[in-house]
Design a binder for this molecule. Structure first.
Ligand SMILES: Cc1cc2nc3c(=O)[nH]c(=O)nc-3n(C[C@H](O)[C@H](O)[C@H](O)COP(=O)(O)O)c2cc1C
Length: 209
């Protein structure tokens, strides 16, 4: 059964982001997809120290926080949903630390795993946060699922989000589109195989030219 890994980057396990993600989870189940929810926003997660130990070790140098725990779940997942509250116009800093280390420390292919970002805010900063999260997908060969409008809900509490009918509808449509893409990609993989990925060049102008 196809599996979607869902990351809640809020410190509040039952807050607004959780309400948006719950709406998606309900649809994933209806669509016959398995879901795994990881609550990371309430954990102590340090930032990347650029030690590059992961290159030799195959996992992050820091054990004991959710990054190395999430890695095998991400590897087997067919889709990844990242949800975050908006903090000063950005995703939660804890979540950014988690995602930087998760994406940087894992060498397995993320190619054609479907991604979707969801943000929750009270008033503003949502689209800037949405952009930050989508970039993890688009530099990793992950197709991005879209919905009927912005992937966001508004509120300060989960009860507020229940009143954001358009936001919840957007979540349901997003989950349906994502389920469709996951199924279509699984079929296409069988029929055509995955597209070729070139890896010959790593151009960072180390020679100073
Ligand atoms: C530190 C902090 C910064 C915040 N910054 C913003 C902001 O820039 N824009 C906004 O609309 N809401 C802001 N909020 C409110 C939350 O983004 C909003 O209530 C969100 O829906 C909470 O989601 P959660 O319940 O899943 O944590 C902030 C909240 C906190 C705690």
């Amino acid at each position: 059964m196809a599996n979607v890994l869902i990351i809640n980057g809020s410190p509040r396990a039952n807050g607004c982001t959780a309400a948006a993600l719950a709406e998606m989870i309900r649809i994933f189940r209806e669509e016959g997809l398995e879901t795994t929810l990881l609550q990371v926003g309430n954990k102590e997660i340090r930032g990347c120290i650029a030690c590059r130990t992961c290159g030799k070790r195959g996992k992050c140098v820091f054990d004991g926080d959710p990054v190395n725990e999430a890695a095998p779940l991400f590897e087997k997942a067919d889709g990844l949903v990242i949800g975050s509250p908006v903090y000063y116009g950005s995703p939660n800093g804890n979540l950014i630390s988690f995602l930087d280390r998760l994406f940087y420390s894992t060498s397995f292919s993320k190619h054609m795993k479907v991604g979707a970002a969801v943000v929750s805010c009270r008033r503003g900063g949502n689209t800037a946060s949405f952009d930050v999260l989508n970039k993890y997908f688009t530099i990793s060969g992950m197709p991005v699922a879209s919905s009927t409008y912005w992937n966001q809900v508004h509120g300060f509490t989960a009860a507020d989000v229940q009143k954001d009918l358009e936001g919840l509808q957007t979540m349901r449509n997003l989950a349906r589109n994502m389920a469709f893409m996951i199924k279509a990609i699984a079929d296409a993989k069988e029929k055509y195989g995955l597209p070729q990925v070139e890896r010959a060049h790593f151009t960072s102008f180390q020679d100073g030219k």
